[in-house]
Design a protein around this ligand. Sequence first.
Ligand code: NAP
Length: 349
Amino acid sequence: MAKDDVPEVVRNKRVILRDYVTGFPKESDMHISFSTMILKIPENHKRVVLVKNLYLSCDPYMRLRMRNDQDPEFTPFTPGSPITRFRVAQVLDSTHLGFKEGDFVWGTTGWEEYSFIARPERLFKIRHTDFPLSYYARILGMPGMTACAGFYEVCSPKRGEYVFVSAASGAVGQLVGQLAKLEGCYVVGSAGSSEKVQLLKERFGFDDAFNYKDEHDLEATLKRYFPEGIDIYFENVGGKMLDAVLINIRVRGRVAVCGMISQYNLDQPQGTKNLMCLVYRRIRMEGFVVFDFCHLYSEFLHKMLPLIRDERITYMEDIAEGLVNAPAALIGIFSGNNIGKKIVRVAPE
Ligand code: NAP
């Protein structure tokens, strides 16, 4: 926009958290509101960026921020304000030297159509625009980084090892399974429907997969799929699945604790019975957070871009249209409604 143009004033649609949430989240825990926004950074605002949001990412972790948790690692959302999470956006105006009008970026922002970014140094500039921009909300963004960091940095995989991935059709799991196959591992995934099980085997190349909802004895199920035991467990769900894995894990096995989605809507988390296995089987169980690996982002791109270009890795996304459908999209992931990464398209590219 030329300096003497009159800045455009828009109605900025936003997704607001009504109040802290207990139990299973509902669409009505959020509502859509509008604010007025001038699409120009005021003269006295230095080093800030104004963006138009294009895609928002629905992440299970957002549920943890809907509760009034006192743990300093979980900054809760503020009731009455937009919820926040990753998105892909286009820069409309910038007073930060690192960004200019027209740049595409990904990073954290409010769930709204337009956002001021007060700390743009936390944004990642999108340099490979030959890929669809939505990729930066999924395979080339946070979920992709999570899969790579968790699998390579935490699991330390070796060729021929037995790998189990839970929530395997989700944003992170589908990629972990494919990376494990590329490393020459034997991979089994669990998911919550026969359609997803078929997808894991036929599209993502898992060696085998099962529907955990059809299994009444998960310990026996895992024994059936891993008669030799499990070397690596990529943990996405927690609860009963973790207990069943611990019984089936081999000596010096590794558990990368990425998340525990089965616990996020419980007021009282379930306990884990089989932790003694960690001791006598010398198991390393390690939690990790993707933000600790941001410094590896260019290395990550260097690895992933050729794999995607050569179609050695595939990825599924599940797009909801428009910010009004964002609350339903978000809560749907806790019922397994998504097949692949759930994204909200806020505006056309
Ligand atoms: P996603 O794409 O949103 O998929 C979530 C899937 O989890 C759902 O589709 C559903 O599939 C399954 N699920 C939901 N409720 C469940 C339950 N009660 N028991 C078992 N499965 C359930 O998820 P994602 O983005 O891949 O995230 C996977 C995990 O990684 C989550 O725990 C998340 O918090 C964690 N995560 C961690 C980091 C980190 O930095 N550590 C970063 C990103 C994500 P089914 O149909 O199979 O049930």
